[in-house]
Design a protein around this ligand. Structure first.
Ligand code: SF4
Ligand code: SF4
Length: 102
């Protein structure tokens, strides 16, 4: 899975460089986009079995593997809670944005 990442927008130099479809290449993000999140997932690593189901289900691709467990890229996580719902081990808790000093 490709993680979202910021890419610098490069202004086309020639008319042939302009996209003929929508607007820009898929995956081009010019800014972080998680500002409207009201809840955020946190991982309880001691409960995580490393099954990566949450990684497969995350619609934003913001879960990444870390030390045979997982972690989140909060720059792009939308706080939808799907990862928490699918985790059979209850290793992911959704907390209010701003709690725990986050
Ligand atoms: S679904 Fe739960 S147990 Fe599986 S990797 Fe994600 S947090 Fe860990
Ligand atoms: S809350 Fe949603 S967007 Fe954020 S990591 Fe979980 S599944 Fe992905």
């Amino acid at each position: 899975m490709h993680k979202p990442e910021l890419k610098q927008y490069e202004k086309p130099k020639h008319i042939n460089d302009y996209p003929c479809g929508p607007a820009a290449l898929a995956g081009t993000l010019v800014a972080k986009n998680a500002g409207w999140r009201t809840k955020r997932p946190i991982i309880h690593k001691e409960k995580c079995a490393g099954c990566y189901l949450c990684y497969l289900y995350c619609p934003e691709g913001t879960i990444f593997k870390e030390d045979k467990k997982i972690n989140f890229d909060y720059d792009f996580c939308k706080g939808c809670g799907i990862c928490s719902k699918v985790c059979a081990h209850k290793a992911i808790e959704m907390i209010k944005e701003g709690e725990n000093g986050n």
